[in-house]
Design a protein around this ligand. Structure first.
Ligand SMILES: Cc1cc2nc3c(=O)[nH]c(=O)nc-3n(C[C@H](O)[C@H](O)[C@H](O)COP(=O)(O)O)c2cc1C
Length: 203
């Protein structure tokens, strides 16, 4: 016997709890953006994934705040359309979580979390050097569905820490890349340490 849960009748808290617990592990995007004054904002999003490669695309979904206003990341992306999306491993996990705080306007999560940055090449938000992977990105589309904002970004330029991918083949070496994933909210995470291979059909 299976349990039935009407997602449409329970949209909101319980649906979030169930879906965010079941659809796991999710990659975590730590996203830098700039506000109108040029302040750097950083926030993690696990309603996130890469959605295609021609063009290279990612989607993230910042939910609105309880008062109906967009989160800073969404507001900044609506305003200037530029971001750097970082993938996170365990050494950066604690700082990533600190970036989920709502700080007063003008106070950067980057400084608060003790993260270090350097300029990106194609967009104005900075790269967090503590993260193993940074993807420079520009907004293609933002749509609002109820309290969700769906942000579609074109991925422009990847910065990959030395050793994580081969410089010629771009084959990823998981001995040097151990991203964390989001498990159930609010505090669950997973390490990607135990792996296996399974041959895909070749025809
Ligand atoms: C691991 C993790 C994943 C998160 N994923 C999301 C998400 O997918 N969507 C969302 O709206 N908030 C998510 N949050 C909460 C936001 O990071 C948090 O609301 C943050 O303050 C938003 O920052 P901003 O207002 O600077 O954009 C997540 C938090 C953590 C710790």
């Amino acid at each position: 016997m299976s349990l039935r849960f009407d997602l449409t009748a329970n949209a909101g808290g319980l649906a979030y709890k169930l879906l965010a617990g079941l659809v796991v592990p999710r990659p975590i995007a730590l996203v830098t953006t700039l506000d109108a004054q040029g302040n750097v904002n950083a926030a993690p999003f696990s309603f996130f994934n890469v959605m295609g490669t021609e063009p290279p695309m990612a989607v993230l979904a910042p939910g609105d705040r309880d008062d109906g206003t967009p989160k800073d990341t969404a507001a900044n992306l609506m305003q200037n359309g530029e971001a750097v999306i970082h993938l996170c491993d365990e050494p950066v996990a604690q700082a990533m979580v600190q970036c989920a705080r709502s700080l007063p306007p003008g106070q950067s999560e980057i400084t608060f979390a003790g993260l270090r940055t350097r300029p990106a090449e194609l967009v104005r938000p900075p790269i967090i050097v503590d993260c193993p992977v940074a993807l420079e990105a520009r907004v293609m589309d933002i749509r609002r569905y109820g309290e969700n904002r769906l942000v579609v970004l074109e991925l422009l330029l990847a910065h990959v820490r030395e050793g994580v991918a081969h410089p010629d083949t771009w084959h990823v070496n998981y001995a040097n890349y151990v991203p964390i994933g989001r498990l159930n909210s609010p505090d669950g995470y997973v390490r990607t340490v135990e792996r296996f291979t399974l041959a895909s059909p070749r025809n």
